[in-house]
Design a protein around this ligand. Structure first.
Ligand code: SF4
Ligand code: SF4
Length: 209
């Protein structure tokens, strides 16, 4: 969920149609038509990346919306068991935020797919995912899409790269090297917690000890 008070607007007099802004928009809100960028206010999530990218021409500015808009996918009319099952398939807990910045939950993300999202851009536009740092939630976004049966190839314009790797996929020897170089990051401890979690049967055995 995200509350939006602003959106990005292009000054047509300044825009050169260079297309630098279009591929970095996480919500797929920008299109270049007749050598001028246009922004779909109904998709824009006010992440401001296009403003940063257009720093030569300064053609994009942040302007107030007529009234505050809340982007949120309501899941109350969906089957809770279906949402729970798809979250589990994606390796997520339904109430767990998958985006550290916007706190969008696994169940809202799954609900967005069940209500028509088919790309990461759709998910961002519908829920506000990636409006913050835009990095760490990408893995979760792909996990949800894959769990819902949507497999994506890398796009030709490199708007995103389809990766569902996590810290558990880093080989132990590399973890040791990172730990040695950056001990303050506690990567080794995180890796151990993720890769050496006891299984359900081990937990049960432990309960009897
Ligand atoms: S980066 Fe700026 S000048 Fe280039 S297309 Fe986008 S809005 Fe226009
Ligand atoms: S979502 Fe971000 S990059 Fe896309 S138009 Fe809005 S402010 Fe610009």
């Amino acid at each position: 969920m995200i509350r939006l008070e602003f959106f990005a607007q292009v000054d047509e007099r300044k825009c050169t149609g260079c297309k630098l802004c279009e591929p970095i928009c996480p919500a797929g809100a920008i299109e270049i038509e007749e050598k001028t960028a246009t922004i779909d206010i109904d998709r824009c999530i006010d992440c401001q990346r296009c403003i940063d990218r257009c720093n030569m021409e300064n053609a994009v500015s942040r302007v107030p919306r007529p009234s505050e808009v809340v982007r949120y996918v309501d899941h109350s009319d969906l089957d809770p068991l279906q949402i729970k099952t798809l979250c589990a398939k994606a390796g997520l807990l339904p109430d767990m935020p998958i985006c550290g910045c916007m706190r969008t939950t696994g169940k809202e993300t799954v609900a967005a797919v069940l209500k028509g999202a088919t790309t990461p851009e759709d998910l961002c536009a519908m829920t506000g995912l990636r409006a913050g740092c835009g990095m760490y939630c990408m893995t979760r976004i792909f996990q949800v899409l894959e769990a819902c049966g949507i497999s994506l190839d890398d796009p030709p314009d490199r708007r995103w790269i389809n990766l569902t790797l996590s810290i558990a996929d880093i080989p132990r020897e590399k973890v040791d090297r990172i730990e040695e170089a950056y001990p303050q990051c506690c990567v080794g401890e995180d890796w151990k917690r993720v890769t050496q979690r006891p299984t359900t049967s081990q937990k049960k055995e432990g309960d009897h000890v």
